[in-house]
Write a protein that binds this ligand. Structure first.
Ligand code: HEC
Length: 218
């Protein structure tokens, strides 16, 4: 037998052995493990329990006072005084550009239109289908001159029949939808604003963008 033939037989034999040893009857078994440490890391599975903690809970709660990344706490309390304070202090940090307005409209269509209606007249499907009392129209005497700060406060905490939207909308989305709602506050102006590219909206809120710090930190 030549040496090459012998080597071939040896390799074939080794292959057969690996195949046979690798096949176990238990489908859950990984077979023979070479360096098992590499397969079995010390990391625990979520919800598997953890003996390192007295409550054995593996998924830990964040440390007290933690703030999620990108989240801005709203420091004004949910009181009548807070509502007035928001009206006096908060200014929309976003401008009324086409892009912001388009985003605002998307938010409005998803989260507000079913109660407030397409034009903000308080005639959304929840009202027209019966069962839900109508919200006041945005261009009504009561809401026409409502400040953006008060809007922010109401969207954040809710008001009477309107629920809070802080968990659905982040701060930026709230300011975006406010820009859009402002176009619905002055009916005739808003209609022409939509046609002419929102110039009226800009001039309606001349103070926009001057107090970015205040608005973003709240
Ligand atoms: C469940 C129906 C409902 C939804 C959804 C809803 N609203 Fe309202 N909204 C109301 C009602 C009712 C009022 C009147 C509250 C009051 O003054 O008693 C109101 C009031 C308001 C006001 C006036 C607030 C004030 O301070 O007087 C604004 C602005 C407003 N909504 C904006 C929005 C925006 C923006 C959204 C979407 C993010 C939204 N609403 C979603 C029902 C709703």
């Amino acid at each position: 037998m030549s040496e090459i033939k012998f080597a071939k037989i040896l390799i074939l034999g080794a292959l057969i052995m690996v195949t046979v040893v690798g096949c176990t009857t238990d489908p859950q078994s990984p077979g023979i493990e070479y360096m098992p440490d590499m397969y079995r890391t010390p990391a625990l599975e979520p919800y598997s329990g953890n003996s390192n903690y007295p409550d054995s809970m593996e998924a830990r709660l964040p440390a007290e006072g933690s703030i999620p990344q990108g989240y801005l706490p709203y420091g004004i309390p949910n009181t009548n005084e807070g509502y007035e304070m928001a009206g006096a202090l908060l200014k929309n940090p976003l401008d009324g550009s086409d892009e912001i307005m388009a985003d605002g409209k998307v938010v409005y269509t998803k989260y507000c239109v079913h109660c407030h209606g397409k034009e903000g007249k308080g005639d959304g499907p929840t009202v027209t289908a019966g069962g839900h009392p109508p919200p006041p129209s945005y261009d009504s005497q009561t809401l026409k001159n409502l400040s953006e700060g008060k809007m922010f406060h109401t969207i954040t905490y809710g008001k009477n029949l309107m629920g809070p939207h802080a968990s659905q909308l982040n701060v930026e989305e709230r300011w975006k939808v406010i820009r859009y709602v402002q176009t619905l506050q002055g009916a005739t102006e808003a209609e022409s604003a939509e046609e002419t590219g929102d110039e009226n909206v800009e001039s309606e809120t001349p103070e926009a963008g001057t107090q970015e710090e205040t608005a973003m930190n709240n």
